[in-house]
Design a protein around this ligand. Structure first.
Ligand code: ADP
Ligand code: MG
Length: 316
């Protein structure tokens, strides 16, 4: 994606939720996208499949396999959803149809997009269930008969159903308890590696992302503030915001640390009322005089590592 900018328009006026994001992924790349609630992560995810409210203004380019998602026809877009890219959201209970059996729900996109008969598609559905660790007898279960972890596995099977090139997992494991969360993360990691699928995994928890993804990007107030190799970013972030996030989630899935980032006072700014200069400066522990007046773009901290802070060279 290139210079992606997204402004919601509603009764409360314009909300510039995403303000110029550029990044790219190759097949098999895994990118973790972190940031506190409200930083614009889900907005970016929604834009990739054009799932945002119709009146939302989206500019820039999102290219999937050579085609620009923002300008493609609706017919083409329908094919891209599922077969090009698919999204796994948090809270599978709300995304699954309560009155349809599991295998039928997994089979549905296969019938729709690959033109298989419903019998053939259900057979494929049972194979997909096996891959995500659900036994075949679960095929005839209804969503309410499954645990949260099992329902999330159904969502992953559905996301895989039409062999997409990109999977976006938006807080897909956040609602699960720690043990199950680790299992589902390991499953996603294995499946995308086996199939050479690109993965964008979104979470507010940096430790989860560092453990699952090769690259880590951190968003703040609608912009990327850091983007680099995940273990290095997690261990030694260059941007003070990314540093605060990694300090807030020291270990993977630690239940005590899951909810709010300690050690970081205040909240992210309201997108329609952003601070001047660097948006993070009012909360920044190492703020300088010029931070309030200088807007900072991503700078190269190293060949494979970027950060948007006036102190990048210093911190390095
Ligand atoms: P995240 O996923 O990082 O928590 P979101 O992308 O959901 O953040 O939201 C980014 C910003 O956009 C927030 O300030 C949020 O309030 C605002 N926002 C999200 N959806 C809408 C909408 N439909 N209309 C107006 N503002 C929205
Ligand atoms: Mg979100």
């Amino acid at each position: 994606m290139d210079d992606l900018r997204i402004t919601y328009r509603g009764s409360r006026g314009e909300v510039p939720a995403v303000r110029g994001i550029s990044m790219s992924l190759e097949p098999g790349d895994t990118l973790g996208l972190a940031g506190e609630s409200g930083c614009g992560k889900s907005t970016v995810a929604g834009a990739i499949l054009r799932l945002l409210p119709r009146e939302t203004q989206v500019t820039g380019r999102i290219v999937l396999d050579g085609d620009d998602v923002l300008t493609m026809s609706f017919g083409k877009l329908r094919a891209v959803r599922w077969a090009g890219a698919s999204i796994v959201f948090q809270g599978a209970m709300h995304s699954l149809n309560p009155v349809h059996r599991i295998a039928r729900q997994i089979a549905e996109p296969i019938v729709l997009h690959e033109g298989l008969s419903s019998d053939a598609a259900e057979k494929r559905a049972v194979e997909l269930m096996a891959q995500v660790g659900l036994p075949a007898w679960r095929a005839s279960s209804y969503p309410h008969q499954l645990s949260g972890g099992q329902r999330q596995r159904v969502m992953i099977a559905m996301a895989l159903a039409c062999s997409p090139q990109l999977i976006i997992a938006d807080e897909a494991t956040t609602a699960l308890d720690v043990m199950i969360q680790a299992q589902v993360l390991a499953l996603i990691k294995r499946l995308v590696a086996e199939r050479n699928i690109a993965l964008v995994m979104i979470s507010h928890d940096l430790s989860v992302l560092a453990d699952t993804c090769d690259r880590l990007a951190v968003m703040y107030a609608g912009k990327l503030v850091e983007d680099g190799p995940s273990h290095e970013v997690f261990a030694a972030a260059r941007h003070p915001y990314a540093q605060a996030l990694s300090a807030a989630f020291p270990t993977v899935g630690d239940p005590a640390e899951r909810r709010n980032p300690h050690g970081l006072a205040g909240d992210p700014p309201d997108p329609s009322n952003l601070p001047t200069g660097c948006s993070f400066h009012p909360r920044c522990p190492v703020v300088r005089d010029d931070c309030a007046s200088t807007s900072v773009e991503l700078r190269r901290a190293r060949d494979d590592w970027r950060a948007a802070c006036l102190r990048v060279e210093e911190v390095a």
